[in-house]
Write a protein that binds this ligand. Structure first.
Ligand code: G4P
Length: 539
């Protein structure tokens, strides 16, 4: 029973550079799954470019992203869970963390723009974990780049091998559709946004004259040539290589016209991996283990300031999660019970009694959780792979109301537990430095501290550009380093020492000068070393 439930689940994320068509594709997938009835039901999760400093826009955004955090639907006997990844670059870290909870991704690329910056960054994260990737080349109704050039760019820039499973016939104004090289059928494109089914013709042999009748002799000959070339140039499609994250199958289409989306979805449910094992500090955890385990990858605060509770999103890794059962919170070493766990179907949420590996349950939280926390039935596990990355912008938090120091302290701790930003402390915590990946977070923090905690604050720029967690096998060397560089040393919330570099150039010279010190750009490195580091400084 549990095994059946695992095998039918497909938990994935859609990633793209903003504007490539992620929201549109999500919506079309939900339409196929019958999870929504009309186009436009999934609100764009973009923050309007013009409104980046509009607080209400931020709040609206938060509201929308709760609703679209997880979108589940049933399709052809599969249970598909789409985990939403914010497109805005200032929320990149949120996206990175969500990618720890998926088993595969669909990468959307705009055929006009090709590989863009966010795509590159997100793919780096996928590569770190060998996440299987399916590529959807979107907007084929526009005058885009040549498909060979596009795939070449993808291979080079994203360091990924590709294999087209469909191939476009023309592009832009001359786009006539795609040929499915595997299913041997032709999908004809007609520019109507309301149509659900595509015009599909089975043409198992490309030399069939019907092809010429359907798309014209010139295009038919071009397709014959292309099909031959593809066989010669690209590796054959191999499901295992895809599952290892080495080879990405490619589909071409137009999301807004709902074209090529069903081809994508049908192949996706067939080949995408079912819930996979996860690595914990002590061992690997298999989905089919009998006992429940899961981890928190996202925390969302309640929009209503009168209710301070939050929703912690827990990805089920193994066993069965059951409502009203006590589970062990391994970091806090205590048992918690959840009376109203939520599951999400499209943009509806409802209370669930049980959930299986691959599912995401929303747990009401009154401040117990932080990102990366693990729940089990009693085993002391800690899932890995949810690191904090070195932020890029650093500012000192200034308290503007001395009577609200406690509220500010509590607020900033809770917000950083949620993963809005990272907190680094100097001088026994009296100096608090907030690190983020985008400017927008500072506005979010300032606004939320005031709204939710009644604490007024401002920010003072500090001249750091990188934070590196530092460790060393050599305790004395580490202690000396910390002493020598005390002006640049902070501690994170776990009390681990962090070196704040003012420029990348200086960082390089410091690294060269202190070869015994290891500089880590993510917070996740061997914990015993972190302990050594902390011990070395007598903490
Ligand atoms: P994102 O979530 O990746 O940021 O992108 P989103 O789906 O919001 O799409 C960005 C824009 O691209 C939208 O236009 C959308 O309609 C358009 N789009 C998506 N797929 C296609 C496609 O296949 N062909 C063409 N030509 N356009 C496509 P917009 O003008 O920004 O918004 P809207 O007013 O159309 O909603």
């Amino acid at each position: 029973m549990q095994d059946q439930e695992i095998q039918k689940r497909r938990t994935f994320g859609i990633i793209s550079h903003p504007d490539a068509g992620k929201t549109t594709l999500t919506e079309k997938l939900l339409l196929f799954g019958g999870a929504i009835q009309t186009a436009g039901a999934v609100k764009s999760n973009k923050i309007t470019k013009a409104a980046t400093s509009d607080f209400m826009e931020i709040e609206k955004q938060r509201g929308i992203s709760v609703a679209t955090s997880v979108m589940g639907f049933e399709y052809k006997g599969y249970k598909v869970n789409i985990l939403d990844t914010p497109g805005h670059k200032d929320f990149a870290e949120d996206t990175f963390r969500t990618l720890t909870a998926v088993d595969s991704v669909i990468l959307v690329i705009d055929c006009v723009k090709g590989v863009e910056e966010q795509t590159r960054k997100l793919m780096e994260v996928c590569r770190m974990r060998n996440t299987p990737v399916i590529i959807f080349i979107n907007k084929m109704d526009r005058e885009g780049q040549d498909p060979y050039d596009l795939l070449d760019e993808v291979e080079k820039e994203l360091k990924l091998h590709t294999r087209p499973l469909t191939w476009p016939i023309g592009i832009g104004a001359s786009f006539q559709g795609v040929y499915n090289l595997f299913e041997k059928r032709l999908l004809l494109f007609s520019n109507t946004k309301t149509k659900k089914a595509d015009d599909i013709v089975t043409i198992s042999d490309l030399s069939d004259k019907e092809l010429d009748q359907r798309i014209g002799e010139k295009a038919a000959n071009q397709l014959r040539e292309d099909a031959e070339l593809i066989e010669g140039v690209f590796e054959p499609f191999d499901e295992d290589l895809y599952k290892e994250g080495y080879l990405a199958p490619v589909f071409f289409g137009s999301a807004v016209n709902n074209f090529g989306v069903q081809e994508l979805l049908d192949t996706f449910v067939r080949i995408a991996p079912a819930p996979r094992k996860r690595v914990a500090e002590s061992r690997e955890v298999m989905p089919d283990e009998k006992t429940f385990s899961g981890f928190i990858f996202k925390i969302h605060a309640n929009l209503d300031p009168n209710h301070r509770d939050r929703i912690a999103f827990c990805r089920v890794v193994s066993g069965t999660f059951e409502r009203n059962t006590f589970y062990y919170h391994t970091r806090q070493d205590k048992k918690l019970r959840f009376a109203n766990p939520n599951m999400f179907m499209a943009n509806e949420k409802s209370v669930v009694d049980e959930a299986f590996p691959g599912d995401v349950v929303g747990l009401y939280d009154t401040g117990n959780f932080k990102i990366g926390d693990t729940l089990t039935e009693g085993e002391k596990l800690q899932f890995q792979g949810i690191p904090s990355f070195s932020p890029e912008i650093f500012k000192e938090l200034i308290n503007k109301d001395p009577f609200k120091a406690k509220q500010l302290e509590k607020g900033i701790r809770q917000l950083t537990d949620e993963g809005v930003a990272q907190l680094f402390m100097q001088e026994q915590g009296s100096v608090k430095i907030i690190g983020t990946v985008g400017e927008l977070q500072f506005e979010v923090i300032q606004f939320r501290l005031l709204q939710e905690y009644g604490a007024a604050c401002s920010f003072h720029p500090v001249g750091y550009s990188k934070a590196c967690w530092i460790t060393s096998e050599d305790k004395v060397a580490l202690a000396n380093f910390i002493r020598m560089k005390s002006r640049y040393i902070c501690y994170d919330k776990e009390d681990r020492p962090v070196f704040m570099a003012d420029t990348i150039r200086n960082l390089k010279s410091v690294q060269d000068y202190y070869p015994a010190i290891s500089f880590h750009f993510t917070s996740e490195f061997k914990t015993d070393q972190a302990e050594i580091a902390a011990a070395a400084y007598g903490r």
